[in-house]
Design a binder for this molecule. Sequence first.
Ligand code: CO
Ligand code: ZN
Length: 333
Amino acid sequence: MKELIQSLVETVGPSGHEGRVRNLLEARIGDAAEMRVDRMGNLIALRRRTTEEKGDKIMIAAHMDEIGLIVTHVDEKGFLRFGRIGGVMPATLIGSRVRFVNEAGTPGVIGWEKWLRSTDKPEWKELFIDVGATSQEDSPVNVGDVAVFDRPFETLGQRLVSKAMDDRIGCAVALQTLLEMEDSPNDVYFVFTVQEEVGTRGATVSAFGIEPDAAIAVDVTDTGDTPESQPFPIALGKGPAVKIMDSGMLAHPAIKDWMIQTAEELGIPYQREVLERGSTDARAIQLSRSGVPSGCLSIPCRYIHTPSEVVDLEDVTHSVALLKALVSEPMVI
Ligand code: CO
Ligand code: ZN
């Protein structure tokens, strides 16, 4: 599983440029599911029911995209000004390396106008990317080109570190579930969505197309287990979190109960999540057509939206076990 996670997180795919991640997933799924790619670029992999009895149409969503940067201006000395794709924070950028999504994979370094005046807080307009160019003409990148954080995957004992745990770790959990699941009365649609970080756009259209009876998004959530963090009862290593609410949705109570009941029956550790900021694909799916009962299986993650997002491997394997059990039985809602 670690090898699968490493290959997924090291692939480059900011919102709108998920093609490489999609190719990797398609290759891994092979003939384990019926696959198609919709017009927005969502990869939809269907595991059809294997039983006589007809269960439900369940949609599992994990987003392929990661946050990134987009060039807005190249100045006469070849420095790039940029905007953000998704929730990038300026404090995480100074001295960071980025890699462009072009054929050459152009590297860049982020500089700050006020370098060495370290008591100041960086503002967006003071940051720039240095790609080694000396003029507009010799810049290897142009306005509209996009980049992501450039950091290798690392392990810290049981913990895994990457620039894109959000949400490749969700992709890994969904993929592993797809590959491991056996008989099921349900038609299970594993949807690897695009453009979540810019407003759950891929989930919006794929849910409309699939029209599921129920849905679960698999995504990361914050933890409250680091020094001086706000009181928030989620920690690494204590199991997947069952979302009850975030700032974009109230999980359908029956879905939430079904998730908790299944975890308890199987003795899988779980945590209860009420997150006061942020949301997931589940929000978009829930509001699709005339509504879809939806919930979210969250993988606890430290330092979300920084170049070093940290998860615990055991939480990941417990997430696969829980999701597999959920999609394999008649839905109790
Ligand atoms: Co995110
Ligand atoms: Zn996410």
